[in-house]
Ligand binder design. Sequence first.
Ligand SMILES: O=C(O)CCC(=O)C(=O)O
Ligand SMILES: [Fe+2]
Length: 350
Amino acid sequence: MCQTQAALRAEYVCSCFFTRQIFIKKYGLHVTFENEAQFEREFRQGLRFRGCSTDKQYADVLLEVKAEQERRKNYHTTFLSNYLRNQESYSYVHPELKQLQRKFLDARFLDISQDRNLQSPETLLQTLTNNGGFDHGEQVYSFPLFTPEFCNHLAEEITHFRESTLKRSLPNTMNSEGVSLDEMGLSYTLLTSLIQDYLQPITKLLFPAWGGGTLDSFKSFVVCYEVDKQQALSKHFDNAEVSMSVCLNSEFEGGDLQLGEMLGEAGSQWLEPVQVKQKKGHCILHRSRQFHSADPISRGKRINMIVWMRSSSVRNLICPMCGQAPDIREVPIAGDGFTPSNTTAACACV
Ligand SMILES: O=C(O)CCC(=O)C(=O)O
Ligand SMILES: [Fe+2]
């Protein structure tokens, strides 16, 4: 999603969006649903191992999967109508958030993103670690990005939006409390400039093999975890090339991010995953296809902004969700960053 209000242009998803990677929360399993016979053949046994043993439990799973498939069929039209309604009717507590300003950014990040530091991965990493950042290994990095004041304002805005009566879609099936910044209408002006002007010079050096220098669209949302609601996030990979997670508050305990093996590289599993603590205002950058999970929180509420950054030149070759050449379908909004051959995403962030 990366569009102006005035000019909504076609975007594209891979046809696998409608059938694959459907997450069954109760049994912690991602499934594909083409039809009942295929589903039974491929998943009944695995579901049984995870405790789905009675006919009634299996029937409930089938209902859930079919409901999710129906939701996906309607996802883009619902998103478009919610997005347009939000443009018209949502009234911001902090309207200044709609436009990125330098004062939102941590002074250490402004130092990191100076031209002279962006000449090679080595100089960048040196500056990063001199300015409160960390190289966690396995291409996982973290550094201060936003000021505490900006984080407070964004968290307040999200709470205000969630409390409004405006309809909203969940950003994905794994997160039951999230809010889509794209559908809300906040992301285009705030994040396009952040990615284009500040982050891409960094991702270009840190993730050259993952389109870090050719990012041209993104999906953004906020996730919330609470002790008595969703506490943790199961292991998964993201539908993107480079992922960013920024913690917006500090009133919680737990919630560390754990990063393990890369998708399709089962042989390279690490015994110890990379573990990163959440720190208010700090951003974690990682390859989207690196499996990751979030530990449960043991106190309070954690709010993070997630940005899935995409490069059409990488994903047009292979869809991360089905592992095949993308079979693209046009959608009116909120595509997954694929483009018809030889074009870049509808509204380039570069
Ligand atoms: O909870 C987090 O910090 C990470 C969330 C995440 O990985 C995702 O939503 O894709
Ligand atoms: Fe993720």
